[in-house]
Design a protein around this ligand. Structure first.
Ligand code: FES
Length: 279
């Protein structure tokens, strides 16, 4: 059992959870993730590490409530406990001075892109951060990202803040304004990462995306997180989670991710009903 130092819904349906796991906090690097089991009977779900504090021995992650496991996590109160946290897992982001680096995030990816932007800034890059949401009230981490970025942009689907549209629209504007971009990183829903990769491909800009397939063991043994990149089979948990966005077989990812959608929705609905009847 691990202590949950803080759990807050920071904007509607996006939760911050800070967990006391000194061994992971000490080793965590940008781009890595953990696998969490909220309770003894729960599934194993991967989450990007958004921040860590070695002195406090804590890590911070952001998550959306989308199924039973995240619903259970969203009900943990600050001071409560979580059953299992394994990590840090995956290969860390390769941090170097590349020149001008764009870091784009949406949904949980706004939090997940933060340690990459921070490390890129520390490595001497010009960092341009772009975040997206359906509406301004769903944006978070703005001040933290501004602090580690040379330029910071926001896009909202309803135009309530920043550029109307999504990260790729802002990216396009930057290119059209003459900005020379050397490298880009995107974390968010699969559609977002695919669309951003499509744009950067047109300009031949090296692009890394953090894939988020279903995972079980997180050690390369079960094959559950299999993805195809550049025509080769890779396992996101040990070969990734970061891959070249221009080489990812996106169609296959969508197909594999959709296999359990119906079952997950049914199970989530049943869980919600049970919780309502019990409370
Ligand atoms: S989660 Fe099992 S091989 Fe990656």
């Amino acid at each position: 059992m691990y202590k949950v130092v803080r759990r807050d819904e920071i904007v509607p349906n996006v939760h911050l959870i800070e967990i006391e796991v000194p061994g992971i906090a000490e080793k965590a690097k940008p781009g890595q993730f953990v696998i969490i089991m909220p309770d003894e009977t729960g599934e194993r779900v991967p989450f990007n590490i958004s921040d860590w504090n070695i002195e406090k021995g804590t890590i911070t992650i952001f998550f959306l409530e989308v199924g039973i496991s995240t619903a259970k996590m969203a009900r943990i109160k600050s001071g409560g406990t979580i059953y299992s946290v394994a990590g840090p897992l995956g290969k860390p982001t390769s941090i170097n001075n590349y020149g001008t680096v764009v870091c784009g995030g949406g949904c949980y990816g706004i939090g997940a892109i933060y340690p990459i932007a921070r490390a890129m800034k520390e490595a001497g890059n010009k960092v341009i951060s772009i975040i997206e949401a359906r509406s301004a009230y769903l944006l978070y981490m703005e001040e933290s990202l501004k602090e580690v970025s040379d330029q910071f942009f926001v896009s909202t689907a309803d135009a309530s803040k920043g550029t109307k549209g999504r990260v790729q629209e802002v990216f396009d504007e930057l290119i059209n304004s003459g900005e020379k971009i050397d490298r880009s990183y995107f974390i968010g829903c699969t559609f977002m990462m695919m669309n951003c990769s499509d744009i950067t491909k047109q300009y031949n800009i090296k692009t890394l995306v953090a894939l988020n397939p279903i995972m079980v063991d997180g050690t390369g043994m079960c094959g559950c997180c299999r993805v195809s990149v550049g025509g080769k089979t890779k396992f996101a948990c040990v070969d990734g989670p970061e891959f070249d966005g221009h080489e990812v077989n996106w169609k296959e990812i969508f197909e594999r991710k959709s296999v359990y959608l119906e079952d997950e929705a049914m199970a989530y609905q049943t869980y919600q009903q049970t919780k309502c009847e019990c409370s």
